[in-house]
Ligand binder design. Structure first.
Ligand code: SAM
Length: 209
């Protein structure tokens, strides 16, 4: 299960901090992005690449008492810190695994939220296939970043990530991969932040006749 990212993010875990933790303006920006996801009360939500759990409270605020967030991360250290950061919160499940092989049955989640993590998933198609498998019919896949794609790729390049494996692909390539898997694209923004919303739609041929 371990791969390069396990080592890289285990090493980063202790000093990993998001700007929205302290900066009010940044925090509001994240709230504005999350407001566009379409999260509803009672949803079962998967958060792959959850890191130290700093993003999770933004989801928790929306799902009410009956919703659940499933935090998945390949880095055991990140997940340990997430558990510590979220120790007072309810309705959480933690899984230390690669997001390409999530140990749940198919058609399980209402929404998969990949926040600031998708570039690190490689090869991308395997992850898209897995998110499709675990989503219910009409479930939502959200791929989002607090900055536009070009800035994200610049940051990762500067941080010396292997850019063959840690790239956020362009619009055309993303659409192609998602559509090939069976997703329908609902929304794409790449101006002040990055937001791609896709839906798993399985057409019931019988009911259409
Ligand atoms: C840049 S951090 C973002 C963390 C969090 N989403 C946030 O916004 O604070 C990316 C996270 O993805 C995780 N990750 C990378 N590859 C992964 C994989 N194959 N499966 C699950 N998690 C992975 C890393 O361990 C890391 O915690």
């Amino acid at each position: 299960m371990e791969n390069d990212n396990t080592i890289i993010f285990n090493n980063l875990a202790d000093c990993y901090k998001n700007p929205w933790i302290k900066d009010k303006k940044e925090r509001q920006r994240i709230i504005d992005i999350v407001n566009k996801f379409g999260i509803k009360k009672g949803m079962q939500i998967l958060e792959p690449g959850c890191g130290n759990g700093e993003f999770t409270p933004f989801i928790l605020k929306k799902i009410g008492k009956k919703g659940v967030v499933w935090l998945v991360d390949i880095s055991d250290k990140m997940l340990k810190i997430a558990k510590r950061n979220l120790k007072n919160k309810k309705n959480l499940r933690y899984i230390n695994c690669c997001a390409s092989k999530i140990p749940v049955e198919k058609n399980f989640f209402d929404m998969v939220i990949v926040f600031n993590s998708f570039p690190h998933f490689y090869p991308k198609k395997i992850f898209i296939k897995e998110f499709y498998r675990v989503l219910k019919n009409n479930g939502f896949l959200i791929i989002a970043h607090d900055f536009p794609r070009e800035k994200i790729n610049r940051i990762h390049n500067k941080a010396n990530f292997d850019m063959d494996k840690n790239l956020l692909p362009g619009k055309r390539e993303m659409f192609k991969m998602l559509k090939k898997q069976g997703f329908v694209i609902k929304r794409y923004d790449n101006k002040v932040y990055y937001l791609l919303i896709a839906i798993k739609i399985i057409y019931n041929v019988r009911s259409a006749i």
